[in-house]
Design a protein around this ligand. Structure first.
Ligand SMILES: CSC[C@@H](O)[C@@H](O)C(=O)COP(=O)(O)O
Length: 341
Protein backbone atom coordinates (compact mmCIF):
# COMPACT_ATOMS: atom_id res chain seq x y z
CA UNK A 1 0.00 0.00 0.00
CA UNK A 2 0.93 3.65 -0.26
CA UNK A 3 3.38 5.69 1.75
CA UNK A 4 3.56 9.03 0.02
CA UNK A 5 3.83 8.18 -3.68
CA UNK A 6 5.46 4.77 -3.17
CA UNK A 7 3.97 1.29 -2.78
CA UNK A 8 5.26 -1.06 -0.07
CA UNK A 9 4.66 -4.45 1.49
CA UNK A 10 5.21 -5.03 5.21
CA UNK A 11 7.51 -8.03 4.59
CA UNK A 12 9.18 -9.31 1.44
CA UNK A 13 12.04 -11.31 -0.05
CA UNK A 14 14.83 -9.21 -1.53
CA UNK A 15 16.12 -11.15 -4.54
CA UNK A 16 19.21 -8.99 -5.04
CA UNK A 17 20.57 -9.58 -1.52
CA UNK A 18 18.83 -12.97 -0.93
CA UNK A 19 17.55 -11.54 2.36
CA UNK A 20 14.24 -11.23 4.20
CA UNK A 21 13.23 -7.59 4.58
CA UNK A 22 10.55 -5.96 6.70
CA UNK A 23 9.25 -2.57 7.79
CA UNK A 24 10.44 -1.92 11.39
CA UNK A 25 6.99 -1.34 12.89
CA UNK A 26 8.19 -0.34 16.38
CA UNK A 27 9.58 2.95 15.05
CA UNK A 28 6.45 4.05 13.22
CA UNK A 29 4.96 6.54 12.67
CA UNK A 30 7.98 8.73 13.43
CA UNK A 31 10.65 6.80 11.58
CA UNK A 32 10.12 4.70 8.46
CA UNK A 33 12.86 2.09 8.12
CA UNK A 34 13.12 -1.15 6.20
CA UNK A 35 15.52 -3.61 7.79
CA UNK A 36 16.66 -6.97 6.50
CA UNK A 37 18.73 -9.98 7.36
CA UNK A 38 20.13 -13.20 5.99
CA UNK A 39 20.15 -14.67 9.51
CA UNK A 40 16.98 -16.66 10.38
CA UNK A 41 17.55 -15.90 14.07
CA UNK A 42 17.10 -12.17 13.31
CA UNK A 43 13.80 -12.98 11.60
CA UNK A 44 12.60 -14.99 14.62
CA UNK A 45 13.60 -12.12 16.91
CA UNK A 46 11.80 -9.62 14.65
CA UNK A 47 8.58 -11.53 15.41
CA UNK A 48 9.29 -11.82 19.15
CA UNK A 49 10.13 -8.15 19.53
CA UNK A 50 7.21 -7.09 17.32
CA UNK A 51 9.23 -5.39 14.62
CA UNK A 52 6.86 -7.48 12.50
CA UNK A 53 3.44 -8.04 14.04
CA UNK A 54 -0.14 -8.77 13.01
CA UNK A 55 -1.25 -12.32 12.24
CA UNK A 56 -0.77 -12.59 8.43
CA UNK A 57 2.50 -10.61 8.44
CA UNK A 58 3.86 -12.89 11.18
CA UNK A 59 2.99 -15.97 9.09
CA UNK A 60 4.51 -14.50 5.91
CA UNK A 61 7.77 -13.46 7.56
CA UNK A 62 8.07 -16.84 9.32
CA UNK A 63 7.73 -18.62 5.96
CA UNK A 64 10.50 -16.42 4.55
CA UNK A 65 12.65 -16.96 7.67
CA UNK A 66 12.31 -20.73 7.29
CA UNK A 67 13.22 -20.55 3.60
CA UNK A 68 16.27 -18.54 4.63
CA UNK A 69 17.18 -21.15 7.26
CA UNK A 70 16.91 -23.85 4.58
CA UNK A 71 19.17 -21.88 2.27
CA UNK A 72 21.77 -20.95 4.90
CA UNK A 73 21.96 -24.36 6.62
CA UNK A 74 21.27 -26.38 3.44
CA UNK A 75 18.36 -28.14 5.13
CA UNK A 76 20.32 -29.19 8.26
CA UNK A 77 18.88 -28.16 11.66
CA UNK A 78 15.48 -27.50 10.02
CA UNK A 79 13.62 -29.07 12.95
CA UNK A 80 15.43 -26.65 15.24
CA UNK A 81 14.30 -23.70 13.11
CA UNK A 82 10.71 -24.96 12.96
CA UNK A 83 10.65 -25.10 16.75
CA UNK A 84 12.40 -21.74 17.05
CA UNK A 85 9.77 -20.01 14.87
CA UNK A 86 6.82 -21.82 16.49
CA UNK A 87 7.99 -20.50 19.88
CA UNK A 88 8.10 -16.84 18.86
CA UNK A 89 4.47 -15.95 19.62
CA UNK A 90 1.60 -18.18 20.73
CA UNK A 91 -1.76 -16.70 19.68
CA UNK A 92 -1.79 -15.89 15.95
CA UNK A 93 -2.36 -19.23 14.23
CA UNK A 94 -0.99 -17.90 10.93
CA UNK A 95 2.50 -18.47 12.36
CA UNK A 96 1.80 -22.19 12.85
CA UNK A 97 0.03 -22.42 9.50
CA UNK A 98 3.12 -20.99 7.73
CA UNK A 99 5.46 -23.33 9.66
CA UNK A 100 3.27 -26.33 8.72
CA UNK A 101 3.35 -25.35 5.02
CA UNK A 102 7.15 -25.03 5.00
CA UNK A 103 7.57 -28.24 7.03
CA UNK A 104 5.36 -30.13 4.54
CA UNK A 105 7.42 -28.90 1.61
CA UNK A 106 10.73 -29.73 3.32
CA UNK A 107 9.83 -33.44 3.47
CA UNK A 108 10.60 -33.70 -0.27
CA UNK A 109 14.05 -32.13 0.34
CA UNK A 110 13.60 -29.43 -2.29
CA UNK A 111 16.25 -26.98 -3.47
CA UNK A 112 16.53 -23.69 -1.60
CA UNK A 113 15.13 -21.92 -4.68
CA UNK A 114 11.93 -23.98 -4.34
CA UNK A 115 11.70 -23.19 -0.61
CA UNK A 116 12.14 -19.48 -1.29
CA UNK A 117 9.61 -19.54 -4.13
CA UNK A 118 7.06 -21.23 -1.85
CA UNK A 119 7.65 -18.72 0.95
CA UNK A 120 7.27 -15.79 -1.44
CA UNK A 121 4.10 -17.40 -2.83
CA UNK A 122 2.81 -17.81 0.76
CA UNK A 123 2.95 -14.03 1.19
CA UNK A 124 1.39 -13.47 -2.25
CA UNK A 125 -1.47 -15.81 -1.36
CA UNK A 126 -2.11 -13.80 1.82
CA UNK A 127 -2.21 -10.57 -0.16
CA UNK A 128 -4.62 -12.05 -2.73
CA UNK A 129 -6.82 -13.39 0.09
CA UNK A 130 -6.88 -10.03 1.86
CA UNK A 131 -7.74 -8.28 -1.39
CA UNK A 132 -10.68 -10.65 -2.11
CA UNK A 133 -11.81 -10.43 1.51
CA UNK A 134 -11.82 -6.64 1.21
CA UNK A 135 -14.15 -6.84 -1.79
CA UNK A 136 -16.66 -8.88 0.24
CA UNK A 137 -16.31 -6.55 3.21
CA UNK A 138 -16.73 -3.45 1.04
CA UNK A 139 -20.04 -4.81 -0.30
CA UNK A 140 -21.24 -5.17 3.29
CA UNK A 141 -20.04 -1.72 4.34
CA UNK A 142 -21.41 -0.05 1.23
CA UNK A 143 -24.95 -0.70 2.51
CA UNK A 144 -24.97 2.49 4.53
CA UNK A 145 -22.37 1.58 7.16
CA UNK A 146 -19.61 4.05 6.69
CA UNK A 147 -18.67 5.24 10.19
CA UNK A 148 -16.49 2.31 11.10
CA UNK A 149 -14.80 1.70 14.44
CA UNK A 150 -11.64 -0.38 14.43
CA UNK A 151 -9.25 -1.62 17.10
CA UNK A 152 -5.53 -2.45 17.00
CA UNK A 153 -3.87 -2.49 13.60
CA UNK A 154 -5.62 -4.83 11.20
CA UNK A 155 -4.10 -2.87 8.36
CA UNK A 156 -1.60 -3.67 5.63
CA UNK A 157 1.32 -3.54 8.06
CA UNK A 158 -0.30 -6.44 9.91
CA UNK A 159 -1.18 -8.39 6.78
CA UNK A 160 1.65 -7.87 4.23
CA UNK A 161 -0.65 -5.72 2.06
CA UNK A 162 -4.28 -4.44 1.97
CA UNK A 163 -4.93 -5.40 5.61
CA UNK A 164 -7.78 -7.46 6.97
CA UNK A 165 -10.25 -5.00 8.52
CA UNK A 166 -8.83 -2.12 6.48
CA UNK A 167 -9.03 -3.97 3.16
CA UNK A 168 -12.77 -3.31 2.92
CA UNK A 169 -12.21 0.33 3.84
CA UNK A 170 -9.52 0.75 1.15
CA UNK A 171 -11.77 -0.93 -1.43
CA UNK A 172 -14.64 1.40 -0.52
CA UNK A 173 -12.42 4.45 -0.86
CA UNK A 174 -11.11 3.27 -4.24
CA UNK A 175 -14.71 2.86 -5.41
CA UNK A 176 -15.24 6.56 -4.71
CA UNK A 177 -17.02 6.19 -1.34
CA UNK A 178 -16.02 8.18 1.73
CA UNK A 179 -15.67 5.87 4.72
CA UNK A 180 -14.85 7.40 8.09
CA UNK A 181 -12.89 5.45 10.71
CA UNK A 182 -12.86 5.79 14.50
CA UNK A 183 -9.41 4.46 15.43
CA UNK A 184 -9.05 3.03 18.95
CA UNK A 185 -5.57 3.87 20.21
CA UNK A 186 -5.27 0.28 21.54
CA UNK A 187 -3.47 0.25 24.86
CA UNK A 188 -0.93 -0.84 25.86
CA UNK A 189 1.22 -0.94 22.69
CA UNK A 190 -0.89 1.63 20.82
CA UNK A 191 -1.03 -0.16 17.47
CA UNK A 192 -4.09 1.94 16.58
CA UNK A 193 -2.43 5.27 17.40
CA UNK A 194 0.97 4.44 15.95
CA UNK A 195 0.06 2.32 12.94
CA UNK A 196 -3.61 2.38 11.91
CA UNK A 197 -4.03 6.16 12.10
CA UNK A 198 -0.82 6.61 10.10
CA UNK A 199 -1.75 3.99 7.48
CA UNK A 200 -5.22 5.45 6.96
CA UNK A 201 -3.87 8.97 6.63
CA UNK A 202 -1.24 7.87 4.09
CA UNK A 203 -4.13 6.36 2.07
CA UNK A 204 -6.20 9.54 2.42
CA UNK A 205 -8.96 7.93 4.56
CA UNK A 206 -10.79 10.24 6.96
CA UNK A 207 -10.32 9.09 10.55
CA UNK A 208 -10.16 10.21 14.17
CA UNK A 209 -8.04 8.68 16.90
CA UNK A 210 -9.72 8.07 20.23
CA UNK A 211 -8.95 6.55 23.63
CA UNK A 212 -10.15 2.94 23.84
CA UNK A 213 -12.49 3.94 26.65
CA UNK A 214 -14.32 6.38 24.33
CA UNK A 215 -15.64 3.59 22.07
CA UNK A 216 -18.79 2.63 24.01
CA UNK A 217 -19.72 6.28 24.47
CA UNK A 218 -19.42 6.97 20.73
CA UNK A 219 -21.73 4.00 20.13
CA UNK A 220 -24.23 5.31 22.69
CA UNK A 221 -24.33 8.62 20.84
CA UNK A 222 -25.19 6.89 17.54
CA UNK A 223 -21.88 7.83 15.94
CA UNK A 224 -20.70 4.31 15.07
CA UNK A 225 -22.35 2.32 12.26
CA UNK A 226 -20.30 -0.85 12.69
CA UNK A 227 -17.19 -2.31 14.29
CA UNK A 228 -14.65 -4.02 11.99
CA UNK A 229 -11.61 -5.78 13.42
CA UNK A 230 -9.21 -8.53 12.38
CA UNK A 231 -8.43 -11.80 14.15
CA UNK A 232 -5.44 -13.76 15.37
CA UNK A 233 -7.28 -17.07 15.51
CA UNK A 234 -10.80 -18.18 14.67
CA UNK A 235 -11.84 -21.37 16.51
CA UNK A 236 -14.00 -24.03 14.85
CA UNK A 237 -17.09 -22.80 16.74
CA UNK A 238 -16.61 -19.22 15.47
CA UNK A 239 -15.09 -17.76 18.66
CA UNK A 240 -12.41 -15.22 17.77
CA UNK A 241 -9.16 -14.23 19.48
CA UNK A 242 -8.03 -10.70 18.68
CA UNK A 243 -6.22 -7.82 20.36
CA UNK A 244 -7.28 -7.33 23.97
CA UNK A 245 -10.22 -4.93 24.10
CA UNK A 246 -12.07 -6.60 21.21
CA UNK A 247 -14.29 -8.56 23.61
CA UNK A 248 -15.34 -5.35 25.40
CA UNK A 249 -16.11 -3.75 22.03
CA UNK A 250 -18.29 -6.72 21.12
CA UNK A 251 -20.30 -6.30 24.35
CA UNK A 252 -20.77 -2.60 23.73
CA UNK A 253 -21.71 -3.16 20.07
CA UNK A 254 -24.27 -5.81 21.07
CA UNK A 255 -25.78 -3.54 23.72
CA UNK A 256 -26.23 -0.80 21.13
CA UNK A 257 -27.42 -3.04 18.25
CA UNK A 258 -24.33 -2.26 16.18
CA UNK A 259 -22.93 -4.96 13.83
CA UNK A 260 -19.60 -6.47 14.83
CA UNK A 261 -17.62 -7.77 11.83
CA UNK A 262 -14.47 -9.88 11.91
CA UNK A 263 -12.23 -9.89 8.82
CA UNK A 264 -9.88 -12.88 8.69
CA UNK A 265 -8.24 -14.81 5.84
CA UNK A 266 -8.51 -18.61 5.91
CA UNK A 267 -4.95 -18.86 7.30
CA UNK A 268 -6.38 -17.43 10.55
CA UNK A 269 -8.96 -20.23 10.93
CA UNK A 270 -7.92 -23.06 13.25
CA UNK A 271 -10.14 -26.09 12.71
CA UNK A 272 -8.14 -28.06 15.30
CA UNK A 273 -9.16 -25.60 17.99
CA UNK A 274 -12.76 -26.39 18.85
CA UNK A 275 -13.59 -23.32 20.95
CA UNK A 276 -12.25 -19.96 22.03
CA UNK A 277 -11.35 -21.18 25.52
CA UNK A 278 -8.69 -23.44 23.92
CA UNK A 279 -6.86 -20.57 22.20
CA UNK A 280 -3.52 -19.79 23.91
CA UNK A 281 -3.50 -16.16 25.01
CA UNK A 282 -0.15 -14.42 25.12
CA UNK A 283 0.85 -12.68 28.35
CA UNK A 284 3.36 -9.93 27.71
CA UNK A 285 5.85 -7.99 29.80
CA UNK A 286 4.50 -5.51 32.35
CA UNK A 287 6.69 -2.72 30.97
CA UNK A 288 4.28 -2.43 28.05
CA UNK A 289 1.74 -1.08 30.53
CA UNK A 290 3.97 0.94 32.85
CA UNK A 291 6.30 2.54 30.29
CA UNK A 292 5.32 4.72 27.31
CA UNK A 293 7.61 5.41 24.43
CA UNK A 294 7.51 8.05 21.74
CA UNK A 295 9.32 10.98 20.28
CA UNK A 296 10.19 14.22 22.06
CA UNK A 297 10.26 17.72 20.54
CA UNK A 298 13.86 17.18 19.42
CA UNK A 299 12.72 14.04 17.54
CA UNK A 300 14.57 11.73 19.95
CA UNK A 301 12.90 8.44 20.90
CA UNK A 302 12.17 8.39 24.65
CA UNK A 303 10.89 5.81 27.14
CA UNK A 304 8.89 7.32 29.97
CA UNK A 305 7.79 5.42 33.06
CA UNK A 306 4.18 6.28 33.98
CA UNK A 307 3.52 3.85 36.85
CA UNK A 308 5.59 2.84 39.82
CA UNK A 309 8.10 0.09 39.11
CA UNK A 310 6.78 -1.76 42.15
CA UNK A 311 3.26 -2.38 40.86
CA UNK A 312 2.28 -5.87 39.70
CA UNK A 313 1.02 -5.76 36.10
CA UNK A 314 -1.54 -7.88 34.27
CA UNK A 315 -0.93 -7.71 30.51
CA UNK A 316 -2.88 -10.22 28.41
CA UNK A 317 -2.22 -9.30 24.76
CA UNK A 318 -5.43 -10.83 23.36
CA UNK A 319 -8.95 -11.74 24.40
CA UNK A 320 -11.66 -14.00 23.00
CA UNK A 321 -14.95 -12.77 21.58
CA UNK A 322 -17.65 -15.44 21.62
CA UNK A 323 -19.35 -16.15 18.29
CA UNK A 324 -22.67 -15.07 19.77
CA UNK A 325 -21.35 -11.48 19.89
CA UNK A 326 -20.23 -11.50 16.26
CA UNK A 327 -22.53 -10.43 13.42
CA UNK A 328 -20.42 -11.85 10.59
CA UNK A 329 -16.98 -13.29 9.87
CA UNK A 330 -15.63 -12.31 6.46
CA UNK A 331 -12.84 -14.19 4.70
CA UNK A 332 -11.65 -14.41 1.08
CA UNK A 333 -14.24 -17.17 0.62
CA UNK A 334 -17.21 -15.05 1.61
CA UNK A 335 -19.19 -14.27 4.67
CA UNK A 336 -20.53 -16.24 7.64
CA UNK A 337 -23.39 -14.30 9.12
CA UNK A 338 -24.98 -15.18 12.42
CA UNK A 339 -28.36 -16.75 11.88
CA UNK A 340 -27.40 -17.87 8.36
CA UNK A 341 -25.61 -21.01 9.62
C1 LIG B 1 -4.11 -8.60 10.86
S1 LIG B 1 -5.39 -8.33 11.74
C2 LIG B 1 -5.58 -9.24 13.16
C3 LIG B 1 -4.66 -9.12 14.29
O1 LIG B 1 -3.42 -9.69 13.99
C4 LIG B 1 -4.53 -7.77 14.95
O2 LIG B 1 -5.77 -7.22 15.20
C5 LIG B 1 -3.81 -8.00 16.23
O3 LIG B 1 -4.41 -8.34 17.23
C6 LIG B 1 -2.35 -7.89 16.20
O4 LIG B 1 -1.75 -8.06 17.44
P1 LIG B 1 -0.20 -7.79 17.63
O5 LIG B 1 0.04 -8.11 19.07
O6 LIG B 1 0.03 -6.36 17.28
O7 LIG B 1 0.51 -8.76 16.70
Amino acid sequence: MRIGQDEYRAVFWDTSTQAVRWIEQRLLPHTFTIVGSRNPEDVAQAIETMQVRGAPSIGAVAALGLALAWQVDRGRFFDYWLQRFRRTRPTAVNLFHACDVMEGLAIGEPSSEVMIERAVYYGDEEVAANCRMGEHLAELLAVGERRILTHCNAGWLAAVDWGTATSGIYHLARAGESPFVWVDETRPRLQGARLTAWELMEEGIACALQADSAAAWMMAQGKVDCVVVGADRVAANGDVANKVGTYALSLAAKAHGIPMYIAAPSSTFDRMCSKGADIPIEDRHGDEVTVMDGMDQKRCHRHIRVATERVRVNNPAFDVTPYENISAIISENGLWARGAD
